[in-house]
Design a protein around this ligand. Structure first.
Ligand code: UD1
Length: 371
């Protein structure tokens, strides 16, 4: 069987890695790895392939950044050619990025069976581009692999037949389980963005006594007033506890454009650094007192690590991290109070959801082998 696996953006890479490892020397499934090139920087892409030991993609569509419509169209054009020349039996897509929806649309119209890993997650918020991608992908996929039972319920409610839904666990946790020991050997020394200064774990920020910060959702960082407010709230928190922020390119661009560097410079313990590779990032989160974020994946990683996570969003497509895990949804205006209660020892702790155990890839490959 020929299986095309699609990877496009940073959060896809830690989901693809364990699958590629499980497929190495597989008897009956031949994998073909396609990188759409949605993310292309060394820091957003190349570094993850190296650290996660993902083989060099067989095909790179090199689509780059563009508007949603243009980026999606470029992926579709490129991927159609790939499907014509490769004639795969299956296409597997992961997550909810533009590459996920674009490739599913192409494959399903060509009559190629599509498998969506991380199916069924719903924020029920159509202002998020990722929610549109999830809805489109799940409307036309053939096989649905989910990470938690709430996703199964969403799919059943939308009319997907039960025998097409397979709750097999969390690939992102496979990568985390495998890489955490190595990650914790990395040195956490970072150069500050726009400053000629280095910060390091143990002196400028100490294990268990800092927050790991990530923000990149358009809803939080694309609006000048919201981002200005956020920067100053982070600054206020940093006066109590250092914050380390590997800044996403989208956020960094907006900080420059809105002229917010001056606000950041007012706070000596608000550390803005370049985006990190996988190992250093996991290390950073695993030693933190809490994560303050609007990311999807970090809600899952902190749940596994049982580190309190404050997610600054009105909703989450990953509610299991709130019911079972250490995640809490909060409003922008409550950030300072919520962090204070964590510092005062009232951070949320929880349990690890079923099958978030480091063995999801084996289960998924076994399923594909049986299809
Ligand atoms: C995308 C995903 C989002 C995911 C995020 C993780 C969609 C709709 N969104 O958002 O779900 O959480 O990736 O990072 O697919 N850029 C670079 N270098 C790169 C890639 C991007 O500098 O390698 C810059 C580009 O200038 C671009 C901006 O970042 O304009 C945003 O990139 P894009 O891929 O459009 O969306 P993300 O915000 O990264």
């Amino acid at each position: 069987k020929k299986l095309i696996l699609v990877a496009g953006a940073r959060p896809n890479f830690m989901k693809i890695a364990p699958l590629m490892h499980a497929l190495k020397n597989h008897k009956s499934i031949k994998p073909i790895l396609v990188h759409t090139g949605q993310h292309y920087d060394v820091k957003m892409s190349g570094q993850f392939f190296d650290e996660l030991n993902i083989p060099t993609p067989d095909i790179n569509l090199e689509v780059g950044s563009a508007s949603h419509a243009v980026q999606t169209a470029r992926i579709m054009e490129g991927f159609e050619k790939v499907c014509i020349s490769e004639q795969p039996d299956f296409v597997l897509v992961v997550g909810d990025v533009n590459s996920t929806a674009a490739c599913t649309l192409v494959a399903s119209k060509m009559g190629i069976k599509t498998i969506h890993y991380e199916a069924g997650l719903r924020s029920n918020d159509r202002t998020m581009p990722e929610e549109i991608n999830r809805l489109v992908t799940d409307a036309i996929s053939d096989v649905f692999i989910t990470t938690s039972v709430d996703a199964d319920d969403n799919l059943l409610r939308e009319g997907v037949a039960a025998d097409k839904i397979h709750m097999l666990g969390n690939l992102m946790i496979d990568s985390l389980v495998e890489q955490l020991p190595k990650a914790q050997q990395t040195e956490l020394v970072f150069k500050l963005l726009n400053h000629d200064r280095e910060i390091r774990l143990g002196s400028d920020f100490k294990a268990g006594e800092y927050g790991a910060l990530t923000f990149h959702r358009p809803g939080n960082v694309d609006d000048k007033d919201t981002l200005t407010l956020l920067v100053n709230l982070w600054g206020e928190i940093s006066q109590r506890i250092p914050l380390v922020f590997p800044v996403h390119p989208r956020t960094y661009k907006n900080i420059q454009q809105f002229g917010l560097q001056h606000d950041i410079d007012k706070y000596p313990n608000l550390y803005f650094i370049e985006p990190l590779g996988y190992l250093q990032f996991i290390h950073l989160v695993s030693r933190s007192a809490f994560a303050l974020t609007d990311s999807g994946g970090i809600q899952e990683e902190t749940t596994f690590l049982n580190i309190p996570c404050l997610t600054v969003r009105p909703n989450t497509e990953r509610p299991v991290t709130v019911w079972e895990g250490s995640n809490k949804l909060i409003k922008v205006h409550d950030i300072v109070a919520e962090v204070s209660s964590i510092i005062d020892g009232e951070g949320k702790h929880g349990t690890v959801p079923k099958y978030w155990d480091g063995h999801a890839a084996e289960r998924i490959i076994h399923l594909i082998d049986e299809l």
